[in-house]
Design a protein around this ligand. Structure first.
Ligand code: NAI
Length: 665
């Protein structure tokens, strides 16, 4: 097996070290990579006549993507974190002590521990290209740069480093050059190694003129304060350990020497790695990766049915959204059927949303070109025979669905995939309406479709695996993030949302203020409080669901009966336009025996009820994999990414063990 780092010394005494972690798409700092680095350092330290060294990646599209997150997520003692850090700092210290210059020649991703490595080199050159991205994205995975990044980057480029690190920004090569992170930029078709050699020669000759301004950090207190306000604004006041400790490392470390700063960074890094938020964020990173490419979720070796035309039934709220995402992400002609009066408003709406996207430069083609692929109709015209997939989004009434499937069956081919966007009718109960029900399944979108990544792909009892795979393929083509589940009241996402509502209402009935209940959950990290969400969804919508499920919820009933369906819907709900609670709604809240509790108890109460629902979903095999629940709740409900999903968070805070004696993961 080849070594990770291979050195060839050329005639002029320049060592060219090519590194390539075998069998991996990306280079990362694995144990093997560290060992290889040690090995090449020994060669460099002991070889005679070397005047300088160049580090270049052997991968076509990647320099070094940083530390190995799997490795980090498995660390659970301070001692282990210190050992891990010593590998980095030991390696970089040897690099800096070589006595001759080191030049990093960058193409492809140079991120995290990859950038920290090149920051420890004497100079950096990068080749432009789509895959060349340079940055320290650790804060996005619940960590922060712990291999010197919080100290070396600000010392190189000054205060702008704070924002780059706190936001985890990844820069294209030209921007990194403009900011002074790299010293030379060559075009995508340039010869990186030859240019790196010229740069090294200049460095050796002392003619490179590298910009290494002495940075002035006397204003760091004020800058750090502003940066902190920026973070807290983005997290709605939540102090997430990654960025907070990154900031602390920079704030304190930039007032002292580099060596002392690195010690401060190390101490904070040991702390951050062991936080639940770091482990939660890394889980989110992995489950995101798992669902980023829906085609990879299909059965191994499955070849999806080629699609040429898509049809949508119903041009209402959901049909419009499905049409928008199909049109803008694919080249398929889209056929939509609805009643005559729905067609023009539907088209106008689709155009309005696409125009908005065009204005923000989010579309690759002109709106007219996109709209030219849309055909609207009131009848089952012959064109339906060409449809390879039909998504049904008509009224949520089983009688209407039955009629629609009956009519549709007469015009579509037998191999056409049919999927319902129903939010509450079991797929299995609609299967008898469809000839060849094995080609029928569910694809449940969220509103507004073009903003919500998630879809639930639903397997009815008769749905063939092939149909599920084809729906996953379709989800991928229209750029959705799917989870796969079976029939269930509320499938996964709405089922998990339910306990939020039930418990939030119970707390207000027990005399806790609406403000307190909502604040507890936004402080927990949810994007909106449960009572506000009820108001936005429509109080009557929730009421209907409660009635359908045989649940007596007296507050919702009395609010709806008073004509308050929600602020947006009927102008009156729980809240006023200025965001405050409407005092008129207070007498409508049904009283239970008073029981005032703290915000923490509210958070725990609501969260525990969610986890219990998750356990039930697993026990009843609604999903086959616990990660499906966490993906659904992060991307369907906005559950905080740093908690890794409700089921992962239950593991991390010890709730799973307390309730069930074992972890979900
Ligand atoms: P909507 O009322 O906005 O639109 C339904 C459309 O279906 C109307 O334009 C109506 O004219 C049309 N329609 C009725 N009968 C038809 C027929 N025989 N042929 C063709 N079109 C017909 O309803 P919305 O909200 O778009 O819901 C549609 C489906 O999506 C329902 O099954 C609903 O449960 C589901 N859903 C709704 C969500 C939401 O947030 N609104 C979220 C996820 C799913």
């Amino acid at each position: 097996m080849g070594k990770v780092f291979n050195m060839v010394v050329d005639g002029s005494g320049v060592g060219v070290v090519t590194f390539d972690v075998a069998g991996e798409k990306m280079n990362t700092w694995t144990e093997e990579a560290f060992n290889g680095f040690d090995h090449v350092m020994r060669e460099l330290e002991t070889s005679k006549g070397i005047s300088g060294v160049i580090f270049i990646s052997g991968k076509p599209e990647n320099f070094l993507a940083g530390a190995n997150l799997k490795m980090i997520s498995q660390i659970d003692s301070a001692e282990e974190v210190r050992r891990f850090l010593d590998r980095f700092h030991g390696s970089f210290a040897r690099l800096e002590a070589l006595g001759f210059p080191a030049v990093a020649a960058i193409h492809g991703h140079c991120l995290g521990g990859g950038l920290e490595f090149v920051l420890a080199c004497t100079a950096r050159i990068a080749k432009e290209g789509k895959s060349t991205l340079i940055g320290l994205p650790e804060c996005n995975v619940g960590l922060f740069p712990g291999a010197g990044g919080t100290q070396r980057l600000p010392r190189l480029i000054g205060y702008p480093a704070l924002e780059l690190i706190l936001k985890g920004t990844m820069l294209p090569a030209a921007k990194a050059y403009e900011m002074g992170i790299i010293d030379r930029l060559i075009p995508a078709d340039g010869d990186l190694l030859a240019s790196a050699k010229s740069l090294l020669e200049e460095v050796i000759a002392g003619t490179a003129n590298l910009k290494r301004p002495l940075q002035d950090f006397t204003q760091i207190d004020a800058v750090a304060e502003m940066a902190k306000a920026g973070i807290l604004k983005a997290t709605k006041g939540r102090e997430i350990p990654g960025p907070m400790l990154a900031l602390k490392s920079m704030h304190e470390g930039l007032k002292v020497s580099l060596a002392e700063g690195i010690e401060i960074e190390k101490k904070n890094f040991v702390e951050v790695v062991l936080t639940k938020e770091a482990k939660g964020s890394i889980n989110t990173f992995f489950i995101k990766g798992m669902t980023d490419k829906p085609q990879a979720m299909m059965t191994k070796g499955f070849v999806p049915k080629p699609l040429k035309k898509v049809a949508v039934l119903g041009f209402g709220t959901m049909g419009r959204g499905i049409v928008i995402d199909t049109l803008r992400n694919t080249q398929f002609p889209v056929l939509v059927k609805d009643v005559p009066e729905a067609l023009e408003p539907g088209k106008a709406f689709v155009r309005k949303i696409l125009d908005g996207m065009a204005e923000k430069k989010r579309l690759k083609e002109p709106v007219d070109a996109i709209m030219s692929r849309l055909t609207v109709t009131t009848d089952y015209i012959d064109a339906f025979r060409e449809a390879d997939i039909v998504i049904e989004a008509v009224f949520e009434e089983i009688g209407v669905k039955k009629q629609v499937y009956g009519e549709l069956g007469k015009v579509v081919r037998e191999d056409c995939i049919i999927a319902s966007n129903t939010s509450s009718i079991p797929i299995t109960s609609m299967a008898p309406f469809v000839a060849k029900p094995e080609r029928f399944g569910g694809i449940h979108f969220f509103s507004p479709v073009w903003l919500m990544q998630l879809v639930e792909v639903i397997r009815g009892e008769q749905t063939a695996q092939e149909t599920i795979d084809n729906l996953l393929n379709f989800a991928g083509l229209i750029r959705k993030r799917p989870i796969v589940c079976r029939d269930n009241a509320g499938f996964v996402v709405n089922a998990m949302l339910f306990p939020n509502f039930v418990n939030a209402l119970k707390y207000i009935e027990e005399g806790n203020s609406i403000e307190k209940v909502d604040r507890a959950m936004t402080r927990f990290g949810m994007p909106v409080g449960p009572i506000r969400l009820i108001d936005e969804v429509g109080i009557d919508v929730l009421y209907k669901i409660f009635v359908g499920m045989g649940i007596k919820q007296e507050t919702v009933k009395s609010v709806v009966e008073a004509g308050r369906l929600g602020l947006k819907k009927s102008g009156k709900g729980f809240f006023l336009k200025d965001g405050s609670v409407d005092p008129e709604v207070l007498p409508l809240i049904v009283k239970r025996p008073p029981h005032e509790v703290s915000e923490e108890e509210i958070q725990m109460g609501i969260f525990t009820a969610m986890v219990q629902m998750g356990k039930d979903i697993l026990d009843r095999k609604i999903v086959d994999d616990v990660r499906m629940i966490d993906v659904g709740i992060i991307w369907g409900l906005g559950f905080p990414a740093d908690k890794g999903g409700p089921m992962k968070w239950a593991d991390l805070i010890g709730l799973s063990r307390k309730l069930y004696g074992k972890n979900f993961y």
